[in-house]
Design a protein around this ligand. Structure first.
Ligand code: PLP
Length: 390
């Protein structure tokens, strides 16, 4: 296998274990729709979906492109596009048999017209806004919308859902949303109608608000092995991704040497500086300048000076061994007793783990491991090298 300057390792065994942990957390009649939007939170949507397709029931994406990417790769489980799409995109959604999210009658009418024109039936889910304040129809308008959508030709309402803004920090508010949602469902059912799939739970709600499971859950972050900030850590998921690179240069500089753009760090002693080939152009946050750390030979060493687009400097002076160019550096993950989590990076950068994961750029090839062995290497160019080739 080719030696790379930087790469991400995706542990498919951990991914599968995490799916199973979520599976055991819900009753056996509850479906799992795994959220694989934003390239499976930076893990690679196609590889992730292939690895778990026989263990989950559906996939959730945000855009039509993401849905097409999965179906083109041969994924057969149903795909729900969670975000609103443009009217112009509806024909592609209908042709692809993707489920779209309806928040308005005007959108539903477009879907209907398109399905009728193609002599098919399109499935939609209606989103109700019980407190997220983003998309969806207001609770007071759901019954009317559903009534009118049901009368449209070529369209079938297969689901109703809502979303939680504070499930990691306020289970009380989340429970209130669930009660509101249930009231809506009871109202609908009292008219003799029934909606097959009801869903609301994201990662944080799954362990903390069991009544949110309904007929389907929509985990994302927890399956990648992380907890939303403040969320219950009861499910022992483990991180799927680690991020590594190799030292590309080592320099010994005297005291008083400014390091990197802005000269924001000046050495106070003779310093052994390692240059690592990762910068904000790879999605390694600029905010880690003079703040973050990496792991070299089991030691945490500090980033000195600004993170640049392509390179970052770290201080190796206190590392006992003799690190050399080509040696491995852990940016995210663990080595010996040392660990740097995505949460730690997010904290240093003043953001959330979701942003770090989804920000790792196409510059960084993904290595997929199964039983500790590299199964597939997917480069930034989308070229897939099989095991054993370089
Ligand atoms: C992204 C998303 C999810 C998954 O959220 P996690 O916090 O990653 O579990 C679920 N539902 C909707 C509507 C989403 O947009």
């Amino acid at each position: 296998m080719q030696e790379l300057p930087t790469w991400v390792e995706i542990d498919l065994d951990a991914l599968i274990e995490n799916v199973e942990l979520v599976r055991r957390e819900v009753t056996s009649d509850v479906q799992i729709m795994m959220t694989v939007k934003a390239d499976a939170y930076g893990h690679g949507a196609v590889q992730v979906a292939r690895a778990v397709e026989d263990r989950v029931d559906r996939f959730g994406v945000a855009t039509i492109d993401e849905a097409i990417e999965l179906s083109t790769a041969g994924i057969e489980k149903k795909i729900l596009i969670l975000s609103p799409i443009l009217a112009k995109e509806i024909p592609m959604a209908v042709a692809g048999r993707f489920i779209t999210t309806v928040s308005s009658y005007a959108f539903a009418r477009e879907v209907s017209a398109c399905a009728v024109a193609k002599s098919t039936e399109a499935e939609v889910h209606i989103e109700v806004d019980t407190g997220m304040g983003r998309t969806g129809v207001m609770p007071s308008d759901v019954d009317d919308l559903l009534g009118r959508v049901t009368k449209l030709a070529g369209i079938r309402c297969g689901g109703l859902f809502t979303h939680f803004p504070v499930s990691e920090s306020d289970p009380g508010f989340t429970r209130k949303q669930v009660r509101e949602f249930r009231k809506i469902v009871e109202r609908i059912e009292s008219t003799g109608m029934s909606i097959p799939v009801l869903h609301s739970a994201n990662s944080a709600a799954i362990p903390s608000v069991p009544e949110s499971h309904m007929t389907m859950v929509r985990p994302g972050l927890s399956i990648y092995g992380h907890y939303p900030t403040g969320a219950s850590r009861r499910l022992p998921v483990r991180p799927v991704m680690s991020w590594k690179c190799r030292i590309v240069q080592i320099r010994h500089v005297p005291a008083g040497t400014p390091i990197s753009y802005g000269k924001s760090f000046v050495t106070k002693r003779t310093t052994k500086v390692a240059v690592i080939p990762v910068g904000y152009g790879h999605g390694y946050p600029f905010r880690l300048s003079n703040r973050g750390a990496v792991i070299v030979e089991g030691h945490k060493v500090p980033i000195i000076g600004r993170v640049t687009m392509d390179m970052t400097m770290v201080d190796l002076t206190d590392v006992a061994g003799e690190p050399r160019p080509g040696d491995e550096v852990v940016l995210v993950g663990s080595h010996g007793p040392c660990e740097i989590t995505v949460d730690q990076i997010a904290d240093w950068a003043g953001t959330i783990s979701y942003e770090i994961l989804t920000g790792i750029s196409k510059r960084v090839p993904r290595k997929y491991l199964r039983d500790g062995e590299v199964q597939v290497l997917k480069s930034l160019l989308g070229v897939t090298a099989k095991k054993g080739s370089s």
